[in-house]
Design a protein around this ligand. Structure first.
Ligand SMILES: NC(=O)c1ccc[n+]([C@@H]2O[C@H](COP(=O)([O-])OP(=O)(O)OC[C@H]3O[C@@H](n4cnc5c(N)ncnc54)[C@H](O)[C@@H]3O)[C@@H](O)[C@H]2O)c1
Length: 445
């Protein structure tokens, strides 16, 4: 199905990509306006607010490096559920022979639980991980402003809310910062440190250092919807969904992405994570979103049919009982064809190259916009976010590195072709145009 060797790398190219990733990882901790010898704030004790999926994982990541953590939740049930999950995770590590029981007990003893918000008073760092709701988070930060000790770092694990709006409700915005961990937080290597308008340099330096001590790669992002990682990811999923509306089937998109090197295709990932993630938010946004561009709502319609993914036995694929292998589902494929017809789209066969290009080049174009607006400091930072947090195939070195290898004029030519076909979402990033015209690469930045 129309493949070239554009996305196949030689052994030498693979080695160069891996070397790039190592260099970019080392570089990520270097922040131009924050000297390496900036004195760090001491972190002896941390409070984590919200004992859910993220709060529990963050508490483990801290206990794993010997830092005492107070886990705070609004209700007893939440607290018990959270602690149970932590115990189960440690038990799993012991059962797999990865952790000895004595060490497990030491780590568990470092985690204490309470319903009292006043327990934050001893913490040098507070990490908020309650529901993704700006009003709720602002309410928590008002309380932290009253209760936390002077100089305590106040971090939010928001996935994409505006950290400035959270900092603004406190009298100490210099101490407020984003600490975007990925799920499961005790496993995933990536930590996006989000620099708000007033965040103090030593707060950033301390959090970047703490990330490193937790065995993570900390990457700095400025405030932007979804920060670096989810901003690019939106482009990836959007195009995958448009491809399905335009003529590809989920298994064809997934096969092309796996051929490129992803462990799983995006539709299999959706089915695993649950197609209902973000359903309410997206439904709510439909009424007020701009009408001058194309939107993809198929996933919402799947949920309306009970196609939540693996957990309901069907989603983009169907699943046999007790088996997580995605199987093609004629019912879903008919529905997709009907939807294309309803939208007046004449379905076309897609080449594997075009599937990969549409999924990846939107991310590259967005990456160029982030660099231009200085949301991301360096192309290598974007690559590291993708390699450590989003399963980007290591041998391609990250999306920006991939663009350089392919050649920016060639990437831009395809982006212009997609722009002519599809409009709004594909407006070429001015930085990409400039670099391509000057014969330069992202690496030259
Ligand atoms: N789940 C993920 O994959 C993921 C990844 C990165 C970031 N995040 C972000 O992390 C945050 C938490 O997400 P989650 O998935 O862990 O949520 P969750 O629903 O699993 O847990 C939230 C917890 O917060 C508690 N809570 C609610 N209000 C509270 C209050 N006023 N005081 C104290 N505790 C309160 C709840 O009882 C619950 O235990 C969100 O901002 C989310 O966007 C989530």
């Amino acid at each position: 199905m129309g493949t070239t060797d554009l996305f196949t790398v030689t052994d030498a190219e693979r080695e160069r990509a891996l070397a790039h990733a190592r260099a970019a990882t080392a570089e990520a901790s270097h922040i131009p306006d924050i000297p390496a010898d900036t004195p760090l704030r001491p972190i002896h004790r941390v409070a984590v607010i919200g004992a859910g999926t993220m709060g529990g994982g963050i508490a483990m990541a801290l206990a794993n490096i010997g830092i005492p953590v107070t886990l705070i939740d609004a209700n007893q049930q939440g607290l018990e559920r959270g602690l149970e999950r932590v115990r189960d995770n440690y038990a799993g590590s012991v059962a797999r022979g990865k952790l000895d029981p004595g060490e497990r007990d030491r780590r568990l003893a470092l985690i204490t639980c309470t319903l009292q918000m006043s327990a934050v008073k001893d913490a040098d760092l507070v990490i908020e991980a309650v529901f993704e709701d700006i009003g709720l988070k602002q309410d928590i930060f008002r309380q932290l402003d009253r209760l936390a000790k002077p100089g305590a770092i106040l971090a939010t694990n928001t996935s994409g809310l505006d950290v400035d709006q959270i900092a603004a409700v406190t009298t100490r915005p210099q101490d407020v910062v984003g600490a975007h961990f990925f799920s499961p937080a005790h496993v995933m290597k990536l930590l996006e440190v989000v620099r708000a308008k007033d965040t103090a340099p030593d707060v950033i330096a301390t959090l970047m250092d703490l990330g490193r001590r937790m065995g993570k790669v900390a990457v700095l992002s400025r405030i932007y919807p979804g920060f670096i990682g989810n901003a690019l990811f939106r482009n990836y999923t959007r195009e995958a969904h448009f491809l399905v509306e335009d003529g590809a089937l989920p298994h064809e998109v997934d096969a092309a992405l796996k051929k490129f090197g992803y462990a799983m295709g995006i539709f299999a990932v959706h089915d695993m994570a649950g197609n209902d993630v973000g359903y309410q938010t997206r439904k709510a946004q439909m009424a007020t979103r701009p009408t001058d561009r194309r939107w993809n709502d198929l996933i919402l319609k799947l949920c309306d049919q009970g196609r939540f993914g693996q957990k309901s036995g069907k989603g983009w694929y169907r699943y046999e009982k007790g088996d997580r292998t995605p199987q093609r589902d004629p019912e879903l494929e008919n529905f997709v064809a009907e939807e294309s017809a309803r939208m007046g789209i004449e379905r076309k066969t897609m080449s594997e190259d075009d599937i990969i290009k549409r999924c990846l080049y939107g991310m590259i174009n967005e990456g160029a916009k982030l660099l231009e607006q200085q949301i991301a400091l360096r192309p290598g930072d974007i690559d590291i976010v993708y390699l450590t947090g989003y399963g980007f195939p290591a041998h391609h070195g990250g999306p920006m590195y991939l663009a350089d290898r392919i050649g920016l004029p060639s990437v831009l030519a395809d982006i212009r072709r997609f722009h002519a076909q599809d409009g709004f979402w594909w407006q070429p990033a001015p930085l990409l145009v400039r670099l391509a015209e000057e014969g330069k690469t992202f690496g030259d930045l």
